[in-house]
Design a protein around this ligand. Structure first.
Ligand code: 13P
Length: 251
């Protein structure tokens, strides 16, 4: 039985004051979350504050990106070991915003995946097709290519220590969610591809859905057999909405 993971991706939002308020709200309601594991992936600069607030609570924390390198002359970058040093459990790699806006490649994302696992943390590995790719009917080829980049570099067993997040790009921040059936179909496809390499890994790996998941639609998405949680953008910025999504996994 896979334990779902609900993770907030705050993206580039927040202030010291709003972070404090949001975390207080999430921690206050967390005992009502019975089944899902819960985490927040926050802007780097808030990690120390988030770590000290969440220490000793059931809510884990993490980052939204990491360097491909381990240390040295890489101005502006943050190494995996630094995130580990601040108790991060999760690091998002390959988010579509980074792939599109910062030209991250499949190989670069795979390298980051390895940096995160080598440091002892869990990568949340994002993949998903654009609207144009979906309309062209190449969704399966796109997610296969993205998945293969990690498997080719690190072997299929590396997926055992990670989480996959299927995020159709056309559903991110658009209010246009994939239907439960659309999402389930791609999740099942991804799991099937992994099973071709290793059935045990395929059965165990968490595949989250991300893309306009909210307090209203979470329950029906999470009810699908291959959807093991969510990676939540906008709705993770409001404690009540985020908690409602976390609780939707109770059933
Ligand atoms: P939204 O929930 O705001 O659509 O963002 C999804 C996402 O990109 C999570 O990583």
């Amino acid at each position: 039985m896979r334990t779902p993971l609900i993770a907030g991706n705050w993206k580039m939002n927040g202030s010291r004051a709003s972070v404090k308020e949001l975390l207080n709200g999430v921690v206050a309601g967390i005992t009502e979350v019975k089944r899902a594991a819960v985490a927040v992936c926050v802007p780097y600069i808030y990690i120390p504050e988030v770590a000290s607030r969440l220490q000793g609570t059931p809510v884990a924390w993490g980052a939204q990106n990491v360097s491909t390198e381990s240390k040295g002359a890489y101005t502006g970058e943050i190494a995996a070991a630094m995130l580990m040093d601040f108790g991060c459990r999760y690091v998002i790699v390959g988010h579509s915003e980074r792939r599109t806006l910062y030209a991250e490649t499949d190989a670069g994302v795979a390298k980051k995946y390895g940096m995160v696992t080598a440091a002892g943390m869990t990568p949340i590995f994002c993949l998903g097709e654009t609207l144009e790719e979906r309309e062209r009917g190449v969704t399966e080829q796109v997610v296969t290519r993205q998945l293969k980049a990690v498997i080719d570099m690190h072997g299929v067993k590396a997926l055992q220590v990670g989480v996959i997040a299927y995020e159709p790009v056309w559903a991110i921040g658009t209010g246009k969610t994939a239907t439960p059936q659309q999402a389930q179909a791609v999740h099942a496809y991804i799991r099937g591809r992994i099973a071709e390499y290793d059935k045990t890994v395929a059965a165990a790996v968490l595949i989250q859905y991300g893309g306009s998941m909210n307090a209203q639609n979470a329950e029906e998405l999470l009810a699908m057999p291959d959807i093991d949680g969510g990676l939540i953008g906008g709705a993770s910025l409001k404690a009540d909405d985020f908690l409602t999504i976390c609780k939707a996994a109770n059933r």
